[in-house]
Design a protein around this ligand. Structure first.
Ligand SMILES: *Cc1c(COP(=O)(O)O)cnc(C)c1O
Length: 400
């Protein structure tokens, strides 16, 4: 018999996995394949897999079971031929953009973007000789900004924190007429609210850290689209290395099983909260695309065939920064969380978190005021959310 140290190394490993694979029952859920590499007992199999004559995994940066399983779910949800998952939303976005531009190229981007993406486009890409024009793309015409070297158009479905919705259908048409690709960050909406690929987008991108994950326990990213686009991105991913871990892929798959339920509840709750806030005497203005008062309402309701508008909304409080401070401190179960899309209702203060490092004048010009609060409306009973808001407004502001 072999030594104990050897036995511990040579049992319960690939041989055991092979034994399970031959059994007549299957695990009801996808197991977590925590294996960086795959083992062969036959050199011909290695040849066959490298030559793509047989299916098989080799090394987990190149391809891995949990990443493939969750990619299939995301492709299916978004109506893409394929999808690919990443270690973060930023990994997904930067890898995708770098897959389609090179020195001398030009990008047209929306001027309201997630801060990290804006920073990447504005301050990183110029080092590689890529030029970016930031413009108001809401109306959906990019012709005025297109140049001979333009390669792609980049926007978000619902912008942060003012929840503006661009005309994606027109944008796709305008981009394609000019020979450009349209990439859409659909993080705030998800495929349950709107499927940008169906409106003509060439790729849809996600911070899966947010609603796709939905429980504030993973950082991940994803991109879905046509096979030729995803294959190109996948090639870069394998080289840049920003892959998602097996465990995070497994958690993401678990979360996606309830995406439909969660997004419906987030959206229904948010619409009710938005209406409550709109009628509240201490609120100056509510930003939510599902309100008829929203400048994005027509575009949103035309394109969001789900009839849902997502769980994110912002408000301008009467009394500005001082009111915001009092209200945030008066909340009991609504924590200040500088992210979004978990199961609990949370609040974020754009001027102090996501837009903290913006020039104040520029920030104000963009409509992001000092007293603006952004709510990620959670899955709680909506009456409880509204009761807490109502109590906090009364406690913090009635005396003022
Ligand atoms: C959070 C976020 C990102 C960045 O994703 P990470 O997972 O934090 O890397 C990109 N776009 C939007 C709209 C986001 O909200």
């Amino acid at each position: 018999m072999k030594e104990l140290s050897t036995r511990l190394i040579h049992t319960g490993d690939a041989r055991f996995a092979a034994k399970i694979a031959k059994m007549k029952s299957l695990p009801e859920t996808m197991p977590i394949y925590h294996s960086s590499v795959f083992a062969f007992d036959n050199i011909d199999d290695v040849d066959a897999i490298y030559e793509k004559e047989a299916d098989g995994y080799i090394y987990s940066r190149i391809a891995a079971p949990n990443a493939d399983a969750v990619s299939e779910m995301i492709a299916s949800a978004d109506g893409g031929e394929k999808a690919v998952v990443f270690a973060s939303g930023m990994a997904a976005i930067t890898t995708t953009i770098l897959s389609f531009v090179g020195t001398g190229d030009h990008i047209i981007s929306s001027n309201v973007l997630y801060g990290g993406v804006r920073d990447f486009l504005e301050n990183e890409l110029p080092r590689f000789g890529v030029e970016v024009t930031f413009a108001d793309l809401a109306a959906g015409d990019i012709t005025a900004y297109a140049k001979p070297n333009t390669k792609l158009v980049y926007t978000e479905t619902i912008s942060n924190p003012l929840m503006e919705v661009p005309d994606l259908e027109k944008l796709a048409k305008s981009a394609h007429e000019n020979g450009l690709k349209l990439f859409v960050d659909n993080t705030f909406a998800t495929s349950i609210v709107v499927k940008p690929l169906n409106l003509g987008a060439d790729a849809v991108l996600y911070s899966a850290t947010k609603y796709l994950g939905g429980h504030s326990d993973i950082v991940a990213g994803a991109v879905a689209g046509k096979a030729e686009i995803i294959d190109r991105i996948k090639k870069s991913l394998v080289l840049y290395g920003g892959i998602a871990s097996p465990h995070d892929c497994w958690l993401l798959a678990r979360s996606l099983r309830t995406l439909d339920l969660r997004m419906k509840r987030h959206s229904e709750n948010a619409l009710k909260v938005a209406k409550f806030l709109e009628a509240h005497p201490k609120i100056e203005r509510v930003f939510y695309p599902g309100l008829e008062s929203s400048p994005s309402y027509e575009r949103a309701s035309r394109q969001f065939s789900s009839g849902l508008y997502g769980g994110m909304l912002s408000v301008d409080l009467k009394g500005g920064e001082e009111s915001a401070r009092k209200v945030v401190n008066a909340f009991e179960s609504i924590y200040l969380v500088p992210s979004l899309a978990g199961t609990a209702t949370t609040v974020s203060w754009s001027a102090k978190t996501s837009h903290r490092f913006f020039d104040r004048e520029e920030r104000l010009k963009a409509g992001i005021t000092d007293g603006q609060l952004r709510f990620s409306v959670g899955l709680e009973a909506v009456g409880d959310i509204i009761a807490e808001l109502s109590t906090a407004f009364a406690a913090a502001l009635d005396k003022a």
